[in-house]
Design a protein around this ligand. Structure first.
Ligand code: CO
Length: 295
């Protein structure tokens, strides 16, 4: 009878322990103080002038979340390789998290500086979550949304675009934004953005280098509206290689050349979205939202 009761008690205890949150069970073994950090993740750039975008983001992040250490990492392996040849060692998100793990960070907010939740974002998401809950490692990794994730973000980005258009542009002149574009289903974000832009200003268009809409679509839209002059603006965090060559370069297949062949005057603006407070504020808000879950 007594052994039976003891067994019953043991079974009950085992069940209760299964129901207890893991943090409670292991807490006594991990006496490290809470150490919060931020890891910024960008695609990366090989253009030194474009570094201004990243410096601007870092300043805003430090202002938005004072006192929290900020680390950087990049998702483009091609860019990391190219920069290594120039003697600059850039970290991948995994390398940066391993370093933060060693430095005893317990809570890390990872902020994606990508524009859409596409292939780069989802690949990073998959990997960084693996750093949650490793033994002697980071207890919690949370990821902030890229620039456009929710419907509200798309609306906010459209409004930001209208705000950063050069003041000298006249209403009848066009504005053409160059997005990156992707084979990933998240390419639909560009169409969603175009919808909001059309509502705010019918002469503002968004196209992509590697997705849809293409420059051919934009060209026919401009001709339909009889637009004779456009401002070309990159819709990427940095004014890097795509902006300097594919958008504003002298090659025959650059957007500038394609439109000028149609008699449309082009004024390129070589500034990435991360150089404008209007966009950086959205990324910082996303980071703050992720970070607030640590409290
Ligand atoms: Co590209």
């Amino acid at each position: 009878m007594q052994t039976k009761t003891a067994i019953k008690l043991l079974v009950l205890l085992a069940l209760v322990s299964l129901l207890l949150p893991r943090s409670l069970l292991y807490a006594h073994g991990d006496k490290r103080p809470m150490k919060k950090g931020i890891l910024l993740v960008a695609f990366g750039t090989t253009v030194p002038e474009a570094q201004i975008s990243f410096d601007n983001i870092e300043q805003s992040v430090k202002k938005g979340l004072p006192g929290v250490p900020v680390y950087w990492s990049y998702t483009s392996r091609i860019i990391i390789k190219k920069m290594a040849k120039e003697g600059k060692q850039l970290a991948t998100p995994e390398e940066a998290l391993a370093k933060m793990m060693r430095e005893n960070f317990t809570h890390v907010a990872v902020q994606s500086l990508h524009t859409i939740p596409g292939a780069e974002f989802h690949g990073m998401l998959k990997n960084v979550h693996k750093f949650t809950g490793m033994d002697k490692g980071i207890k919690k990794v949370l990821v902030g949304y890229p620039l456009m994730a929710t419907s509200e973000d798309v609306q906010r980005v459209a409004e930001a675009i209208i705000k950063v258009i050069p003041k000298e542009r006249k209403k009848k002149e066009g504005v053409v934004l160059m997005g990156h574009g992707t084979h990933h289903p998240a390419n639909v974000y560009y169409a969603a953005l175009a919808y909001h832009l059309q509502k705010l200003d019918p002469n503002v268009f968004v196209g992509t280098v590697e997705g849809w809409p293409e420059i051919g679509d934009i060209k026919s839209d401009l001709k339909k509206r009889r637009i004779r002059k456009v401002y070309l603006i990159p819709f990427m965090s940095v004014a890097g290689d795509h902006a300097r060559n594919d958008m504003a370069g002298p090659e025959e297949d650059s957007w500038k050349s394609i439109l000028e062949k149609e008699g449309i005057k082009c004024v390129p603006v070589l500034k990435g979205t991360a150089e404008f407070r209007e966009f950086v504020d959205i990324w910082v808000d996303h980071l703050r939202a992720a970070f607030s879950h640590f409290d």
